[in-house]
Design a protein around this ligand. Structure first.
Ligand SMILES: NC(=O)c1ccc[n+]([C@@H]2O[C@H](COP(=O)([O-])OP(=O)(O)OC[C@H]3O[C@@H](n4cnc5c(N)ncnc54)[C@H](OP(=O)(O)O)[C@@H]3O)[C@@H](O)[C@H]2O)c1
Length: 243
């Protein structure tokens, strides 16, 4: 399958690409802002005997012109996108009243608007035209949200911008699943609990998560390849703990 994974330079996205690359016959575009880290990912996967090809592309998903460049490059590599994993995310832990407009804007640009725009720009490659050409099943968009973005979940102070953005991603998932289903595009959301990464260490210093990035990456890779056969428009909580 042709896959795009954002936020692939470290943490969960990095491990998701590693897990996909161990399987045979996939083409994976790995996206993040830091080209050196994407190159390390590619080297590590090759050294481990990757069965799939990785195409690192540096892009800032919070900047529309950079996102458009990514879409151009992706359309040169792929005639169809089977799997899009919107994993890139920006974190902010700050008291509500101290959050500036620019911090709020940047967080929403990356965590919400970037995802909105990327799916919108990729619809022609995800959708029915591409499907008709290949005879393949529906494509799968997987939005990576957080337990903090789930209505009724435990909330933590300082996370108003981050968690509200993750909530927006969950509702966006439900809306797009309905609107895009006739175009053979399936959209689901995974609301993750704590996973041991740099972001978690920033969010909850010293807290030990029950899951490693490698465990979660393997789960997301498998879900992205198969979940569209079982779910559409679902917000699935993937969590062992609070937080
Ligand atoms: N870890 C957890 O416990 C946890 C829990 C719930 C949800 N999540 C969600 O899971 C996802 C991955 O989290 P993580 O813990 O692996 O985070 P992480 O270690 O901080 O990694 C974030 C990734 O996103 C990329 N990124 C950030 N801003 C970007 C931008 N503007 N354009 C392109 N790429 C960008 C980063 O790469 P560059 O810096 O190279 O651009 C990096 O690869 C996030 O959406 C996060 O909200 C994580």
């Amino acid at each position: 399958m042709n896959c795009i994974v954002t936020g692939a330079s470290r943490g969960i996205g990095y491990e998701t690409v590693k897990a996909l690359s161990k399987l045979t016959g996939h083409q994976i575009i790995a996206v993040a802002r830091t080209p050196e880290l994407l190159a390390s990912l590619n080297n590590e996967c090759r050294a481990a005997g990757a069965q799939s090809s990785i195409h690192p592309i540096a892009a800032d998903l919070g900047k529309p012109e950079s996102l458009n460049q990514l879409v151009k490059q992706a359309s040169l590599l792929f005639s169809r996108v089977d799997v899009l994993i919107n994993n890139a995310g920006l974190f902010l832990n700050k008291p509500f009243q101290d959050i500036s407009d620019s911090e709020l804007g940047r967080l929403y640009e990356v965590n919400v608007l970037g995802v909105f725009r990327l799916i919108r720009e990729l619809v022609p490659l995800l959708g029915s035209k591409a499907t008709a050409n290949t005879g393949a099943g529906p494509s799968h968009v997987v939005n990576i949200s957080s337990m903090g973005g789930v209505q009724g979940s435990t909330k933590f102070k300082g996370l108003s911008a981050y968690s509200s953005a993750k909530g927006a991603l969950a509702v966006l998932t439900e809306c797009l699943a309905e609107e895009l289903k006739t175009q053979f595009i399936t959209v689901n959301c995974l609301a993750l609990g704590a996973v041991q990464t740099e972001m978690l260490e920033k969010a909850f210093p010293g807290y030990k998560a029950p899951l490693s990035a490698a465990q979660m990456g393997a789960y997301i890779a498998n879900f992205a390849l198969t979940g569209q056969e079982f779910f559409n428009g679902k917000i699935l909580e993937v969590s062992l703990s609070t937080p």
